[in-house]
Design a binder for this molecule. Structure first.
Ligand SMILES: Cc1cc2nc3c(=O)[nH]c(=O)nc-3n(C[C@H](O)[C@H](O)[C@H](O)COP(=O)(O)OP(=O)(O)OC[C@H]3O[C@@H](n4cnc5c(N)ncnc54)[C@H](O)[C@@H]3O)c2cc1C
Length: 487
């Protein structure tokens, strides 16, 4: 492959004779970003992924400027340019509508013009390929098709055991093995306490063809001059649809009550008739998109909640959980991918600053990231509940509150500047053995989610999804679907 990112390779700073080896488990956006950022910060990155080539799975993923700023710095902006070629790049706003198609609020797509090269919404698989190409260019070592079955730690090393029996050791391990992380059990010795959130989400990505274009109901989504982004809110359900690439690429998703306890998988097939039934009261243009979806392109993804962890670090502090393994977001936080990337870059910066002292680096990383990621993680449930209440009058005075997950404190944020800024003080705290809970030791989260404001009776670790549980959460396997999936 031609070296398309040549300019960037020179930026890798090699610390001669003191190169740190970082083993990264899972090539999702947390793992792949960590592998890239560790390389760019002078380390050896070994990226281990269970699947050989499952990366085309998934549909829409959004990255906001708090993550896009990391991408924008790669290869002098060339990775961002490549992403923009395949992503939404011509949108004016997100239209928030009631399920009766009445406009509630048009939220500008970009908060500032400079966000154009920092905000990406597109097909997950296509975007992932661009990340992979760049990782290869900067010298990440790939071990794909290798499943990690155990995490290992000694005083001076950390490593993994593969299903093949091979053991691989380095200076530290980043467990970015996603929501179904085995690191939670193997490293933190926790049970997998997943809770059915009570909802699942139909998801589809397909190309709009000439036949679809004949249907006047979807004319907004066929526009060549502008990308169209709409979100409809209804009782206990919400849907969204994006079209981009001159009206050729189309994604729709629909969050609905999970009445039958489906399997947690990115390839669980969805049923069009069931989807149409779920969204009976929704606008014709949305229903038309469902009707036009090629059956094989529809999946139904179970939204599982996992409560916040009290720590992301192993006993010896050489293994850290990052990304969804540490904090598995609901889509309504709109920050799953972006928070994963924030973890990844913060970790690489801390390892570089700690000059080989991995336990120090990972403890500082946790203190930089903990409160911020925690608040954003928990906001996903609040946002969804808020939308599903359909109290549309509430938005009359503050229509922008409908898009709370895009407030400036979350997205107008530079995680790299933030990590550099706080490293020294937090490292001193760690070295001095400052005592306190992880929330007290971590830098405070910003934030304006009402119930999270200082003084409000919110207790992070007493808070679990159970307090939010709806009646459906307790109804499992009511009908028991038999369709199976591979991922
Ligand atoms: C196939 C797939 C499709 C997705 N599609 C969407 C989407 O359309 N929209 C959206 O918003 N989000 C999607 N996501 C989730 C989204 O990418 C993440 O929420 C977010 O980017 C955080 O990523 P992560 O790297 O922490 O976790 P993930 O993206 O879940 O990545 C974890 C990775 O670890 C690998 N892994 C797990 N266990 C092991 C093991 N034992 N050994 C080796 N490797 C292991 C997994 O195969 C996976 O590649 C998808 C995730 C996956 C895996």
């Amino acid at each position: 492959m031609a070296n398309i990112y040549q300019a960037d390779s020179t930026m890798i700073r090699n610390h001669a004779g003191a190169q740190t080896t970082v083993i990264i488990v899972g090539a999702g956006f947390a793992g792949i970003t960590a592998a890239i950022e560790c390389r760019l910060n002078g380390m050896r990155s070994v990226l281990i992924e269970k699947y050989k080539d499952s990366f085309e799975y998934g549909d829409l993923i959004d990255f906001y400027p708090n993550a896009g700023i990391i991408i924008e710095r790669w290869a002098n902006g060339n990775v961002a340019k490549k992403l923009l070629d395949i992503c939404v790049r011509n949108a004016q706003c997100w239209d928030y509508l009631t399920h009766k198609d009445e406009l509630i609020y048009s939220d500008p797509y970009l908060i500032t013009a400079g966000d154009y090269t920092k905000q990406f919404a597109g097909h997950r698989g296509q975007m992932h390929k661009i990340f992979l190409d760049y990782a290869e260019e900067v010298g990440v070592e790939f071990k794909f098709g290798c499943e990690v079955i155990d995490y290992l730690e000694t005083e001076n090393t950390a490593g993994v055991e593969l299903r093949s029996g091979e053991k691989i050791f380095g200076d530290c391990v980043l467990a970015s093995d996603g929501p179904r992380s085995i690191a939670r059990q193997k490293v933190l010795h926790l049970e997998d306490k997943k809770v059915n959130s009570g909802y699942a989400i139909y998801r589809a990505f397909f190309e709009i063809n000439d036949e679809h274009r004949l249907d006047p109901r979807i004319k907004d989504f066929c526009r060549k001059d502008v990308d169209t982004l709409k979100i409809w809110l209804g009782p206990d359900a919400h849907t969204l649809a994006y079209s981009w690439n001159e009206g050729k690429d189309l994604v729709w998703v629909g969050t609905h009550k999970d009445m039958t306890d489906i399997k947690e998988s990115w390839s669980f097939p969805g049923d069009k008739q069931e989807a149409l039934q779920e969204f009976t009261g929704f606008p014709e243009q949305f229903k038309a998109l469902v009707e036009h979806t090629p059956p094989k392109k529809l999946t139904d993804y179970k939204l599982v909640w996992r409560d916040a962890l009290a720590t992301w670090l192993s006993k010896g502090k050489r293994i850290a959980l990052i990304g969804d393994a540490a904090h598995c977001h609901l889509p309504t936080s709109a920050q799953g991918g972006s928070q994963a990337m924030e973890d990844a870059t913060t970790t690489a910066i801390c390892i570089r600053n700690a000059k080989g002292d991995i336990p120090l680096a990972l403890q500082v990383m946790e203190r930089i990231r903990f409160n911020r990621s925690h608040v954003i993680h928990q906001s996903g449930i609040d946002m969804r509940d808020d939308w599903h209440k359909c109290d549309f009058e509430k938005y009359a005075d503050h229509p922008d509150s409908i898009a709370q997950m895009r407030t400036p404190w979350i997205i107008m944020f530079d995680p790299q500047v933030n990590a550099e800024k706080h490293y020294t003080a937090l490292a001193k705290d760690v070295l001095k053995g400052r005592k306190g809970t992880i929330q007290e030791l971590s830098i405070p989260a910003d934030g304006n989610f009402d119930h999270l404001k200082p003084g409000n009776p919110w207790k992070p670790f007493d808070w679990t999804v159970k307090e939010h549980k709806c009646e459906w959460c307790t109804r499992t396997n009511a009908a028991g679907r038999s369709r199976q999936s591979s991922l």
